[in-house]
Ligand binder design. Structure first.
Ligand code: NI
Length: 254
């Protein structure tokens, strides 16, 4: 079995064929799909998709760093009102994005700290978006040192040293399509790390794995990531399925 720990299947690019997308995922052995939120505008569609099959889809609550703007405090307030309306399995996706826009870096940091505090209060894991910002996020988490805080660095693309800091926090690393990209170099980093710290993801509809790169991503393609990880670590795909699913269950208490 496989678990896609990060997919935005509630976005409108899936409106026309979501049933077929779900069927293809099931056909590839994907037994659960976890849904990270983006902002207050995406939450209703996320909950609607969850309601189709609450055993299959697991909702998260959070404000994506790319959605942090001048009005972020009212966004956070509006989001937090929803925390107990559904059984959210994580706070996500949250973090810092220095790649797209650096205008609101201080606001991003403040929103991140606020949401980490939600996670602490509600004993939920955090799902971290860390584009060009892994060290700053690690600095914040190491400074906070919140006992028992769990989480994953979604779409991990860091160095071995950064991976070591992540493992020292007992956090996980999410691996997706980037692992399959030729010349990403990520396979050489991952080959040096223990499988006990990895979960699989797609980030659908983004970051589509080879050989479909450039097309819309979907949860069935998480199998391509599992196959590449098996190849990278020199172990059987079945072992990858077993260990990464166990890791996901432990992290998200599925
Ligand atoms: Ni995402």
């Amino acid at each position: 079995m496989l678990i896609d720990t990060h997919a935005h299947l509630y976005l409108d690019v899936f409106d026309d064929d979501i049933d077929a997308v779900i069927q293809r995922a099931r056909d590839q052995g994907v037994e659960q799909v976890l849904l990270p939120n983006i902002d207050i505008g995406s939450l209703e569609a996320l909950h609607q998709l969850t309601a189709r099959d609450p055993a299959y889809f697991k909702p998260m609550l959070g404000l994506h760093p790319c959605s942090v703007q001048a009005d972020y405090q009212s966004q956070l307030e509006a989001l937090y009102k929803n925390i107990d309306l559904e059984r959210h399995i994580a706070i996500g996706e949250i973090g810092l994005d220095y790649y797209w826009d650096k205008t609101f870096i201080e606001e991003q940091k403040d929103a991140f700290r606020t949401q980490v505090d939600w996670a602490r209060k509600h004993e939920l894991p955090i799902v971290i978006h860390s584009r060009d910002s892994i060290d700053d996020i690690l600095d914040i988490l190491e400074e906070l040192r919140i006992e028992g805080l769990r989480g994953v660095f979604h779409c991990f693309t860091g160095t071995v040293e950064q991976a070591q800091r992540i493992m020292d926090l007992s956090f996980y690393m999410g691996l997706g399509g980037v692992l399959t990209f030729k010349n990403s170099g990520l396979d050489k980093i991952v080959a040096q790390l223990p499988i006990e710290y990895f979960v699989l993801e797609t980030d659908a509809p983004y970051l589509t794995p080879h050989p479909y790169r450039g097309k819309r991503n979907e949860s069935s393609y998480v199998r391509l990531v599992a196959e590449k990880l098996a190849d990278t670590l020199g172990v059987a795909v079945q072992d990858i399925e077993k260990v990464t699913s166990e890791n996901a269950k432990k992290l998200f208490r599925l």
